[in-house]
Design a binder for this molecule. Sequence first.
Ligand code: PRX
Length: 636
Amino acid sequence: MSNYHIKHLEEYWQVYRKSVRNPENFWEEIAEEHFLWRKKWDNVLSWDFTKPEIKWFEGAQLNITENCLDRHLATRADKTAILFEPNDPSEETQHITYKELHKRVSTMANVLKSQGVEKGDRVCIYLPMIPELAIAVLACARIGAIHSVVFAGFSATALATRINDCDCKLIICSDGSYRGNKTIDLKKIVDEALEDCPGLTTSLVIKRTGGEVIMKDGRDKWLAPLLDTADSVCKATVMDAEDPLFILYTSGSTGKPKGMVHTTAGYMVYAAYSFKNVFQYRENDIYWCTADIGWITGHSYIVYGPLCNGATTVMFEGVPSYPDFSRFWQIVEKHKVTQFYTAPTAIRALAKQHIDFVNKHDLSSLKVLGTVGEPINEEAWHWYNDNVGKQNSPIVDTWWQTETGGIMISPIPYSTPTIPTFATLPLPGIQPALMDENAQEIKGNQVEGRLCIKFPWPSIARTIYGNHDRYRDTYFSAYKNMYFTGDGARRDAVGYYRITGRVDDVIIVSGHNLGTAPIEDAINEHPAVAESAIVGFPHDVKGNALYGYITLKETGEDRNQDNLCKEINQLITDRIGPIAKLDKIQFTNGLPKTRSGKIMRRILRKIASNDTANLGDTSTLLNPETVQEIMDNKLV
Ligand code: PRX
């Protein structure tokens, strides 16, 4: 039996039991046998959820890029590491071998060093899905710089907030990006952001679109000439196990985005282990995750997890709808993709198109289908299973979070029998718990509660950059000695988990986490707005869409509501990005509030979702008359 590679259900249970009985011993064996260490650890785990402080493999030394690259050179030098599929199908696919990737990462690492980047410095990466994005990530890791990738759909304001929050001194960006038939001037967005980032002194620019850009003297440099003259050998910087590897921002229900800090050894071990098992990767497989590297899914399951396993990982620059809705399936056929990992929102959008888009392609190479990011509804699950998997490829519904670093609850394909909409069972090492309103653990099956994890796993985020108190308050204070996920879940009769969704003010729109507070802050900047409240409502493609209740200031003048809606959505686009735009805006005379002045979102949520049969207790409201008025004027 191998702890590292589970091949059937009985084995899963044996491995799982072992991982719970003696977690230290379990993870030590895996770390020992499957990774390259400069020095082994003195202590496998020390932890205290009250501080909270979690350390894995303390005393160990390593560099994650030696695990992703160097150690494969003896056996896989000419194997494709990254298979790049450009936005435009007439542009050539690139096959970047392990040998070439090693060289390109080393060269870029030397450029970073030449620009004064040192171990521990933060580097922002704001790039489209081109190979240089993965190379930049690995180049940072090579020299111990902490990468902070910002999804290139975020606005200038959102980018500036993230650069300043972790004091990035350098940014790697591009002139522009291609998305379907659109070209986006990324450099312009960066220029605007950098006006508010005095601490950032260098910007390295990659040419992708050839669009016109303004290069600021002393700050902006084209990357290509620097790469041309840099040495292609770069010794990896030796890192301690708990040295930070990267920061990645995620939305909270309140306040500014949280810079989740992931450290080196534990993250590496868990990303690699979970990748191997959840996707059952075998040597000649072609694995494709459609996420963007700007999200945790891309970090763990496009870059680090696959490369640690010597896999071939596809990077796709474009969108599922360009040149038409068969693009995903065309790529699957072209490269004989074996594992395909995407989001429910993409599945729902594709399911709406003519079935010929799928059927005209040979998808027989597929062995495993994955989904992530939000609960998958039953209809989408069946569509995926029937039409893409031809009822022949197990679906892994993987539940996890930016904070968890890796997949936590998921079937092991070909081992765990799947049920639509269930993430099923915890991976080895993961100990879920459901909690009730009295903060007591709910034991037994066929129960529902708030999902917590009661024991540390190697890839749990260690802190929020610059704000450890917020880390403790957000994740470790609701339930004693537990990590609280913010999600609700149900455990069925056989112990399978079904995630029911967020229980806080985070709304997941098209798989993107959006906190209501930052959106409301953006809306409230509009001079005509007195106050606002955002809630989610069900949407057949996006999963959830945003419904805004907005009260205007009383000025006596008549305002054109269509124009106001446009201006408000423009403000949101500028402050956060187009993903946070409101689908519906209802102007109200007031918002229902408790006597202590808190907006009763529960009621607003029900109204937006057409679920008004039982609004619950409204007697405690300060202004109950607003409820009827809002219902009367609800948008359809
Ligand atoms: O609510 C859960 C939902 O996405 C949240 C985490 O979002 P983020 O940090 O952006 O990471 C997304 C990619 C890992 C979770 O708290 N979520 C994620 N996967 C699932 C899910 N909800 C239900 N089922 C899933 N498979």
